[in-house]
Design a protein. Structure first.
Lengths: 377, 224, 855
């Protein structure tokens, strides 16, 4: 899913701000970048593989795309809620080359990194920032042991190496209307949850359209958030997705709705649906329920139903469903999923909605919803 | 009998004003002998100035004939070219205007001498000086016109009109811009000089007293 | 009051020739101000756009000694910035740059097209340069495929490359002395204006590899604060008075670690544009002078109008009109003239600007290579400025007349009479005050003092002109006491007409003095530059190596020894001394070369044990032979004696020559060899060919005599615009004279009518007209010649020295004076021709009729 975001973001970011400058005839070719022959030379996710940790926490540069995707919903002692997002994307611009030139520049790289940091505060103000860097000169990168993922001074890193956990997220954002500083520690006693088939996650019927995918779905979060010069001590839950792949999803998909919920009974639920341009829901839509002990229950396209209840107009022509009816009869989950704040839109090079939601129903819970493709701008 | 100084036969002059034809003069005839006085009267717009222009060769009649007989020669200004007409005026005509019209940047003496110089008289200054003396202006000869009174200015103008000894003086309301007394005095002096030198006068005036004494009288009506 | 206003407006209409003259005066002034502004703005825009391709919207840059930075400083500085280091507090973006001048071509043998190679990091450059694509656009391929680049569309077109048809295109680039393959994967548009040099954008890694500068950056671009609000006042000033604000007196340099410092790009750009600035300064000054000429026409018209109506004003005052009302009425007349003049002027100025722009573009093309100047930006500022200046100045010019109107004593029977003595004295008094002010302002700070002094001088002389012409004519009258009447008449009529023609005469004096002063200055400039060029290019051959070097390649050195009696090697790099940007040239002499290197020395000598500095730098830093100068070197600072100051017009901000014997280490830089004393048995072209063979690829050997011709051509073109503006000022003055003579002709029709009736032939009035014009022109020329010399002296000795730091040798060729004389007479005759012809043609009966009407 997020593979697509990564690509779109990279492409659009590169065009953003240049379009107005007049005619640009770059060698920009979406096909060449994300499909067809360009795949040649990249490693492909073509079947289950054994995972090795901590190595697999680090980058897999032979695959085209990869990300470290962390979201957390936390609150302070008075129950004031905060939503935090930190994402580090890695994108290979070309397949691994043969030998590096002796006299090669240290800037020579085929890896581009992009990071997003977003915070929504208790008063509903949502702020998102993005940065880019090439993966050289220490500007951005990921190391598996001791674990660290960073772009400039935005950083997610192990604090008790060689252990992966606890992880510490540090992000300072000064250049927004309301500067903030996030300092959160995450602990996970349970270990990685392999998504799909032992971590092999098929994305469509066709061979090779798949990724390697594992998550830490329920991390205990604790730390501080500084906003408007005020410092809040917060606790809550976080979710970290790790995914890498080379393949691309089908054309004809217009967007998706991706739910990651921590249920109050200790279970974690992920469901997503991919919307097609003919109005139908793609068969690749799926989900997974993680029990408190880490056992997983896969959910197929027909196991769940999602209906939008209310949309929010973003002022730029986009209409985002911020309230949903969710029902998964098979596992006894049903209810309304409502955004904590309507406006949790990341107005970055690519616009997407990534924000806190809560489920009210027999089994309530809170988590994150990601939506793309609802227009605007 | 010698030919008269001036013969005017059946002269007409019409002006076009837009679409309208204005007949200013129609079938005017008159004559004048040397040393005589022709008085032309009429209301404003009756064509006095037009006739004067025709006589001076500043304009041509539409019909009829104007013939001067001066220095044993006939002159029909209408048949002369511009240079010849100018020469004719310069040599044989003298002018006195209602508003004196002296050259403001020349002194009284220079104004008078100008005509003599134009006619190539080597003793232009001398002639001018004697003219002015005769008119009682010996003290004002180096004054510029703007410092002269109206009567003095008109005397200078008379001196200018006579300094080159023309056959005839054309006077256009010569007293029109003077008060009664000085007007009468100036006019009397003009007549005296003319009589003494046997020069003719064509006088345009609407002053009945001035008009009274001429040899010939032409009253222009409203011939439209 | 309304009826009063109507009466005044009717007067303007009745005296329409004079009114038209005033309107025209204002309109030409406004037009020239506007045209110069528009043309300057458009050319500045062209330069800025070109500059922006390179600097982007960056406001500052981090630079190091020799403009080199260790690349590892970049991540360190970037992190410091992100972590909120105070020195970077207002930095909004930071991007590394590797750049150099290179040449490209379709084959390794045809790498002749000069391009600026710009190596960027697409991930950091977002928003920095409008034309440069980010990582996912062309930037992605630049990063992922070594040896790829994007080229500006104009240069691609000139190379005959069509990417749409051909896909990727193989080109060659001459970099670091070697031909290297280049894959062109895209083009971009530089927008409306383009630097002729062309721009080649590549990834920073490719740039480092091509230039063999792995490990080094050229600079780090910064966007600081809000670029719009920065130095807002200075920017506004610069916008309103283009060319008048050249560089901010404040130098913004902040020291960082390891000899790195933050430098303002605006300042750097300003420093490199001295010639263009001198050019724009000329234009702006001429524009203002044109306005001054126009103002004299307004001043004279209204002054005359008041004088003529003094009797009417006296009656109005007698029946109860207040002095203030008369004053306001006269000002209202001025406003009407001003509005009409401004409207006309804006139209005319717009039209004039296109013509100027074509010429300006030509000049810029010579200075900067091919420059495409776009259509005018719809910018209201120059229009508002020109209109405001025109209106304000018109009313200002009307103040004396309005004061005079208000001072009329009430009286039904008052006579107009001659102006009282105080009115005659007032211009003289004012003249004295202006002259005093001019002299007082001369030592004022900056070249502005010089310009203001020139303006005061011109105005004072203009005020003095009628008095002067009267004096000249009176003198002639006295000399010609016994002349024929027509000469007396001519002289007296000319004096009498001065109430009208005096102003036109003043305008003619100002125009001619300006033209002459400017001409003398330009000629001095040209001959000085010429002499400097001749000295500078004394060596028959000049060898320029491509890329950066620290020493002469051995093969070339051997070839030089074979073919020449001696040579001078210069390795030049950019640096800063005491906050001033400089070029440092390391000089090594070999064999038989002139001891002074062919320098045009102004003071001292060129010696092996010290530095020689260029005149502008010496002036700015207050250096003279014997002064000590601290020179930054790789490992610290060396203090050396200045032994000589030499003339230099080409190096912009400053040039320091460092002889090899001083022991100052050579940084890498552009390497050039001046070749002296060629071998006798071969001609220059043959030796040039031999040197090319021995030199590294990309080396150019050029014959200096050819270069001299080109350089001279550039200067000719540069001042062509000045010539055009000179002609415009002359034309304005001629028109002023024409209008004045026409008005005089109309006034004198009645008088001519009388004269013609009396028997004066048609030639006399015409002769009077032409004679009057000749007298005016001759008097004006007599006054304008010394004034022009004075203007030239101030321009040369004050304005140029203060604005650009260079001195010029005086060159006052006689033909310029003759030319001024000829132009003055021609202008006078041209102006008198039509009125004279009108009188010549006029029917005396019609003229007489007017005499009968006008008392």
């Amino acid at each position: 899913m997020r593979e697509r975001i990564a690509l779109l973001l990279l492409i659009c970011a590169s065009l953003e701000g240049y379009g107005a400058a007049g005619e640009l005839r770059p060698g920009l070719d979406l096909g060449a970048l994300i499909g067809g022959e360009a795949d040649a030379g990249f490693a492909v996710a073509d079947g289950p593989r054994p995972f090795h940790f901590p190595e697999d926490h680090g980058p897999h540069p032979d695959y085209r795309s990869e990300w470290w995707y962390l979201v957390a919903h936390v609150e302070d002692a008075r129950g004031r809620p905060f939503g935090v997002q930190f994402t580090l994307f890695r994108q290979a611009l070309s397949p691994p080359a043969a030998d590096a030139d002796e006299n090669a520049s240290r800037w020579r790289t085929r890896q581009v990194w992009m990071a997003h940091v977003a915070l929504s505060g208790p008063d509903g103000v949502h702020q998102a920032s993005e940065r880019f860097a090439r993966g050289e000169l220490g500007l951005a990168g990921v190391t598996p042991e001791p674990f660290a993922a960073w772009l400039e001074d935005w950083r997610l890193a192990a604090t008790r190496a060689p252990e992966m956990f606890p992880l510490k997220l540090e992000a300072r954002v000064d250049d927004t209307a309301r500067p903030y500083h996030v300092e959160l520690s995450f602990d996970d006693p349970r270990g990685p949850i392999l998504q799909g088939d032992r971590g092999y996650s098929r994305k469509s019927a066709s061979e090779g359209n798949a990724s390697y995918y594992y998550s830490f779905t329920r991390m205990q979060a604790r730390g501080h958030i500084e906003l408007d010069g005020e410092r809040y001590a917060v606790t809550g839950l976080g979710w970290l997705d790790r995914e890498w792949s080379t393949s691309v999803l089908d054309a004809g998909q217009t967007g998706w709705d991706w739910f990651a919920l921590h249920l109050d009974d200790g279970r974690d639920l992920k469901v997503f649906q991919i919307r097609r341009d003919d109005g139908s829901i793609d068969a690749a839509s799926a989900g997974m329920l993680v029990a408190a002990d880490g056992t997983t229950t896969p959910l197929g396209r027909d196991d769940f139903d999602l209906q939008p209840l209310r949309t929010w107009e973003d002022g730029d022509g986009g209409n985002w469903p911020v309230a949903w009816r969710l029902s998964i009869p098979k596992v006894g989950i049903a209810g309304r999923v409502v955004a904590r704040h309507d406006d949790q839109l990341n107005r970055l090079a690519v616009r997407y909605w990534e924000g806190q939601v809560c489920l009210d129903g027999p089994v309530p819970g809170c988590g994150f919803l990601e939506m793309t493709g609802y227009g605007g701008e | 009998m010698p030919a008269p100084l001036l013969e005017v036969v059946g002269v007409a002059r019409t002006f076009l004003q837009g679409e309208r034809r204005i007949r200013v003069l129609e079938d005017i005839s008159c004559s004048l002998a040397a040393g005589q006085r022709l008085t032309i009267t009429g209301r404003s717009g009756s064509g006095k100035s037009t006739l004067l222009n025709l006589l001076a060769g500043l304009d041509r009649p539409d019909a009829g004939r104007i013939r001067w007989h001066i220095a044993d020669r006939y002159w029909d200004p209408a048949t002369l070219d511009e240079t010849a007409r100018t020469g004719f005026r310069r040599r044989h005509l003298g002018f006195v205007f209602q508003f004196f019209n002296l050259v403001p940047t020349l002194t009284a003496l220079e104004n008078v001498a100008l005509m003599a110089e134009l006619n190539g008289f080597g003793d232009a200054m001398e002639r001018a000086r004697s003219r002015l003396q005769r008119l009682g202006l010996e003290d004002r000869m180096d004054a510029f016109p703007e410092t002269l009174s109206g009567g003095e200015q008109q005397r200078v103008a008379i001196a200018r009109a006579l300094v080159h000894e023309p056959a005839v003086v054309l006077a256009d309301e010569p007293t029109g811009n003077l008060d009664r007394d000085s007007g009468d005095a100036v006019f009397a002096e003009l007549l005296a000089v003319l009589a003494e030198e046997r020069r003719a006068l064509v006088l345009v005036t609407h002053d009945s007293e001035l008009a009274a004494g001429g040899d010939h009288h032409l009253a222009l009506g409203t011939a439209r | 009051m309304k009826l009063l206003l109507r009466a005044h407006m009717r007067y303007l209409w009745q005296d329409r020739w004079q009114t038209l003259l005033a309107v025209f005066g204002v309109s030409v002034g406004v037009a020239v101000v506007l045209a110069v502004d528009l043309a300057n703005a458009a050319s500045r825009e062209a330069m800025q756009v070109a500059q922006r391709q390179l600097d982007g919207v960056a406001t500052h840059a981090i630079v190091g000694a020799g403009e080199r930075i260790d690349e590892l400083a970049y991540p360190r500085l970037r992190l410091r910035w992100r972590q909120g280091a105070p020195v970077f507090a207002d930095v909004r973006a930071m991007a590394p740059v590797v750049t150099a001048e290179t040449r490209i071509g379709l084959t390794p043998d045809s790498m002749t097209r000069p391009v600026q190679l710009l190596g960027i990091d697409p991930t950091a450059d977002a928003g920095m340069r409008a034309s440069v694509p980010g990582p996912g656009g062309g930037g992605g391929r630049l990063m992922s495929e070594p040896g790829t680049a994007l080229l500006d569309a104009a240069t691609a077109r000139r190379l005959g490359v069509d990417l749409d048809a051909d896909g990727d295109v193989q080109l060659w680039i001459q970099a670091a002395g070697r031909a290297r393959p280049l894959r062109l994967v895209g083009t971009f548009s530089l927008g409306d204006a383009a630097l002729g040099q062309g721009l080649l954008v590549t990834d920073i890694a490719t740039a480092q590899e091509w230039l063999e500068r792995v490990g080094w950056l050229s600079r780090i671009d910064l966007i600081r604060g809000d670029p719009v609000s920065q130095h807002a006042f200075g920017r506004m000033l610069e916008r309103v008075f283009p060319g008048l604000v050249l560089r901010s007196p404040r130098r913004e340099t902040e020291e960082l670690e390891d000899g790195l410092r933050i430098q303002s790009l605006a300042e750097r750009a300003a420093d490199t544009r001295a010639l263009a600035a001198s050019f724009q300064l000329n234009l702006a000054a001429l524009g203002l002078l044109a306005l001054v000429v126009g103002l004299f026409l307004v001043h004279g018209t209204l002054g005359h109008a008041v004088l003529r109506r003094q009797r009417a004003f006296a009656r109005l005052r007698a029946i109860g009109v207040r002095a203030g009302e008369l004053r306001r009425m006269v000002l209202a007349e001025a406003a009407v003239i001003g509005v009409a003049g401004v409207l006309l002027g804006l139209l005319f100025g717009r039209w004039l600007a296109s013509g100027l722009l074509a010429l300006t573009a030509g000049t810029l093309e010579n200075l900067y290579g091919q420059v495409t100047v776009a259509a005018f930006a719809p910018d209201p500022v120059p229009v508002i400025k020109a209109a405001g200046v025109g209106l304000f100045a018109t009313v200002l010019a009307a103040l004396p007349a309005s004061a005079r109107a208000a001072a009329v004593t009430p009286g039904l029977f008052a006579t107009a009479g001659a102006p009282s003595a105080s009115h005659r004295l007032r211009p003289l008094l004012l003249t004295g005050l202006l002259l005093l002010a001019g002299v007082a302002l001369l030592p004022a700070a900056g070249y502005l003092g010089g310009l203001v002094a020139i303006a005061a001088l011109l105005m004072a002389t203009a005020l003095l002109t009628p008095v002067w012409i009267t004096a000249v004519l009176s003198g002639m009258t006295r000399l010609l006491g016994a002349a024929p009447l027509r000469f007396r008449l001519l002289l007296r009529e000319a004096v009498r007409g001065l109430t009208r023609s005096g102003v036109a005469g003043a305008a003619l004096v100002v125009a001619m003095a300006t033209a002459l002063g400017m001409g003398l200055m330009v000629d001095s400039f040209r001959s000085s530059v010429d002499r400097w060029l001749e000295a500078r290019l004394a060596a028959p051959l000049h060898v320029q190596l491509s890329g950066e070097w620290t020493q002469l390649p051995g093969d070339l050195e051997a070839a030089l020894t074979d073919t020449a009696a001696g040579h001078v090697v210069r390795v030049s790099w950019s640096d800063r001394i005491a906050g001033e940007p400089v070029r440092v040239s390391h000089i090594r002499r070999q064999g038989n070369v002139p001891a002074d290197l062919g320098l045009a020395l102004l003071a001292g000598r060129f010696a092996d044990d010290g530095l020689a500095v260029s005149e502008p730098l010496a002036r700015r830093l207050g250096l003279m032979p014997g002064s000590m100068l601290r020179l930054p070197v790789a490992d610290g600072v060396r203090e050396l004696t200045v032994t000589g100051v030499f003339r230099e017009y080409g190096a912009g901000p400053g040039l320091i020559l460092v002889p090899e014997a001083t022991g100052v280490p050579v940084l890498s830089g552009q390497l050039a060899v001046e070749v002296h004393g060629l071998r006798a048995d071969a001609d220059a072209d043959q030796i040039a060919a031999e040197l090319v063979l021995a030199a590294p690829d990309g080396t150019r050997v050029r014959r200096n005599d050819e270069l001299l011709a080109i350089a001279r051509g550039v200067f000719e073109r540069t001042f062509e615009v000045t010539g055009v503006l000179k002609s415009i000022a002359g034309a304005v003055a001629a028109f002023g004279l024409f209008a004045a003579l026409t008005a005089l002709g109309l006034e004198r029709r009645a008088q001519y009518g009388i004269l013609r009736t009396l028997g004066v032939d048609r030639a006399l009035p015409a002769w009077l007209n032409l004679g009057e014009a000749s007298l005016l022109a001759i008097s004006a020329v007599l006054l304008a010649l010394p004034l022009g010399v004075l203007v030239a002296i101030i321009l040369i000795e004050v304005v140029n020295v203060r604005a650009f730091g260079w001195s010029l040798d005086w060159s006052f060729p006689p033909w310029l004076f003759l030319q001024a004389l000829g132009i003055g007479l021609l202008a006078g005759w041209a102006a008198a021709l039509a009125p004279a012809l009108a009188v010549w043609r006029a029917d005396p009966a019609v003229l007489l009729a007017e005499a009968r009407v006008h008392a």
